[in-house]
Write a protein that binds this ligand. Structure first.
Ligand code: GUN
Length: 283
């Protein structure tokens, strides 16, 4: 039997509608809108697309949006000075520095420079620490969106075996914390994991976040499992995920497509986090 496709666009639209209502209430109460500033350094084509999508989503939701475009040659000091200015600007409630940054810039230093209560990515060590001790304050958007998608589609997490492929700070690690907090039994796999396919087959929920096109095949999937594909890989002129959708769709119970799966949720949760950051700062 073919898997049920989890449509991220529908879930994201519901989440965005809720945020939109709350943004209107926020404006009514405080006389200003929540404000997000995105900083992009350089000319990475994919980053430019993502940043323009974020900007449009903010505008559509009533969130004030500013994009600061800096040249590839921007020094680390210049970028840190920009963040200093945004940290001190009361109209800016959320700051997002689009990754990846040019090689001469230390991304970790930059992310740590953002005020934790304006860190709408949830990448600052203070927010990472909060997540690890069970305080879900500003939570990384992609894994947070995945949890919302599972919850809104009534896919049980508690007591389930969850297997995550990939241990990145952006997805794999925070995903593990969010699923653990919801009482899943979590395994995080990576490039040194032995007998990866056998481990993956234990997952009632399988999250693929490794950046390898169509890496997950049906021999790695437990029949009936929920398969979440975080990958966005360009192959020729096509976008494909980390999951071989056609192969896995006959085995999985639920599956997310690429595009139209996890991507829209990431943006919805960015809007959610921006509103949350604004609320934290204006209470
Ligand atoms: N580049 C790809 N994904 C992300 C993300 O979630 N946040 C930031 N800041 N950059 C990214």
């Amino acid at each position: 039997m073919a898997a049920e496709v989890l449509d991220g666009k529908i879930t994201a639209a519901k989440l965005t509608e809720e945020v939109k209502k709350e943004v209107a209430e926020f404006r009514e109460r405080f006389g200003i809108g929540p404000g997000l500033t995105v900083v992009i350094v350089g000319e990475d084509p994919a980053s430019k697309v993502y940043v323009s999508r974020k900007h449009k989503a903010c505008i559509d939701t009533g969130i004030n949006s500013e994009v600061i475009r800096l040249p590839e040659t921007t020094s680390q000091e210049e970028l840190l000075a920009t963040i200093d200015r945004l940290n001190g600007d009361q109209a800016v409630h959320g700051i997002l520095v689009q990754l990846p940054l040019p090689k001469h810039i230390d991304a970790e230093k930059v992310l740590e420079h953002i005020r934790p209560d304006k860190d709408v990515d949830g990448f600052h060590p203070v927010n990472v620490g909060n997540l690890c001790v069970g305080r879900e304050n500003l939570v990384p958007c992609t894994p947070y969106g995945i949890v919302k998608m599972l919850e809104m589609n009534e896919i049980a997490i508690e007591g389930k075996r969850a297997v995550i492929i990939g241990r990145s700070n952006i997805v794999g690690k925070p995903m593990s914390m969010l699923l653990l907090a919801r009482n899943a039994t979590v395994t995080v796999c990576h490039s040194r994991t032995k007998d990866l396919a056998a481990v993956c087959r234990e997952g009632d929920i399988l999250v693929a976040a490794i950046g390898k096109p169509q890496f997950v095949t049906k021999d790695m999937v437990k029949p009936g499992a929920t398969v979440i594909d975080v990958g966005i890989n360009r192959v020729g002129d096509r976008l494909v995920g980390d999951v071989n959708f056609a192969d896995v769709a006959g085995t999985a119970g639920h599956i997310t497509p690429v595009p139209g799966g996890v991507g829209p949720l990431t943006i919805a949760m960015l809007l959610h986090n921006t509103l949350k950051a604004a609320a934290l700062q204006c209470k």
